[in-house]
Design a protein around this ligand. Sequence first.
Ligand SMILES: [Zn+2]
Ligand SMILES: [Zn+2]
Length: 252
Amino acid sequence: MPSSLRNMPPVAAAATECRLSGEGDTKRDIIPGKDHKCFVRLHGDLILSYRLRAVGGPKRPTLLHQEPTRRFDKLFELFDADAFFQSYLACRDAIHQMLEQTPLVGDFDLAPDNWDDFLPHDLAMLMVRAVRHDTDEHGGVTLRYNVDMDLTILVNIVYSEPKALLLACEQRATVTRCLFAATPTDCPICMEDSDTTVRVRLPCSHSFHCDCILPWFYKVAKCPKCRHDLGKYLVAATDTPMGKFPGLPQQP
Ligand SMILES: [Zn+2]
Ligand SMILES: [Zn+2]
């Protein structure tokens, strides 16, 4: 997370995710001899944007702020060049670890789930495919290379107001804990009383499946049953007016 967001209230932080995408080119220079060291250089541009998914807002998160492009550049020595150039999995994992150790890039959560297109996967495919092609051309002899990867990495920090609202209601329900067991009731949205799905009790005391109420919160911050206004719980839990990204310094 960027430093400006490190002091966000916990509810807002839990409703904020880091989405990554990237693209890159690889160039490789053949280096002579088996005993020469191989290096991989990762360099390029990192573009950081902040987006808001607002209650009642458009489906795609709205861009609020984009920081000036920053450059990163780091050189790595390969300890097991044979594995890197010949095994797709080893190559992919090594590139992922290198990105994690690259200044600026490594500040973000680079977990594979956070990538829209897993950049290390694409780069490893490119690399290993090219090396296999070279090997065929050279009659089965595997060559050694220095590699230069020129990358553009887009980091989107997305704050979801509907998710924060759900968390704020859950937090509130924990504070005003029920001291008795209510008889199970149907979820007013799907009309089923399934208790295998996680439920949330809103401050007005109406209870819904989380999976049912979240899409509702995309449209409006009110209880679907009694129209109780829930916006104030969101504002209290995130310390930020609705329609704003908590903790973001330069808002238009
Ligand atoms: Zn339901
Ligand atoms: Zn209600």
